[in-house]
Write a protein of this length. Structure first.
Length: 206
């Protein structure tokens, strides 16, 4: 029996075949993968996005914060990936330079937020590496469930937000827990704590 290798999709193929209107998808290792977040996950992402948008409006910043910003990244082997951060922040001038184009970008965006779920290692390893290589200036990993290993979260494991800032091409990380106010280079006056993010999930009401 001759096994015919499956043709891997390029980023252009991914955009062309994207199942519009039926969910969120990413291009991973040449395949279109559906992303299915829980309602709690969506609550957290929405809370963060609204916090960013409040700052953008209040200070009249040149940013757009959205949940549907797809970016092209590259794996360690040079393979094209299509990532859709839970929240993406892009310069409005960059976004509006070609408003007839689809929402995908090949340039680095200002800030990407990933809210962790059961496949948490994607956020801590693969996406971290891809976003650093692309040159995304700020990257948040929001581990509101304290789901990652103790190697990342310590012992005891606590809900944590990691903020990575790109300095000389390498990410430098700050770790926030509890009532810590999250420090953001993009939104330096942002008044959001880790506890507020955890509470926004509504899980504590179950």
């Amino acid at each position: 029996m001759v096994q015919i290798p499956v043709q891997k999709l390029s980023f252009a193929d991914f955009l062309e075949q994207y199942p519009d209107g039926s969910g969120i998808y990413e291009l991973v290792n040449g395949e279109i993968i559906k992303v299915e977040p829980t309602r709690a996950h969506k609550n957290v992402a929405r809370f963060i996005m609204l916090g960013f948008n409040d700052e953008i409006r209040r200070l009249n910043l040149d940013y757009i914060a959205d949940k549907d910003v797809v970016v092209r990244t590259f794996s360690t082997t040079g393979e094209e990936q299509g990532r859709n951060p839970d929240v993406g922040v892009v310069k409005a001038s960059q976004w509006n330079s070609n408003v007839l184009a689809y929402g995908a970008l090949i340039e680095p965006i200002q800030l990407a937020v990933e809210v962790t779920s059961t496949n948490w290692d994607d956020d801590y390893i693969d996406k971290l590496d891809e976003y650093q290589r692309l040159g995304i200036l700020e990257y948040w990993i929001v581990d509101y469930l304290a789901i990652a290993s103790r190697a990342y979260l310590g012992n005891p494991k606590l809900p944590t937000v990691f903020v990575y800032q790109l300095i000389d091409g390498q990410y430098q990380v700050q770790k926030f827990t509890g009532n810590d106010r999250i420090i953001s280079v993009t939104f330096p006056e942002l008044q959001i704590t880790v506890k507020q993010i955890v509470d926004s999930s509504q899980i504590q009401k179950l």
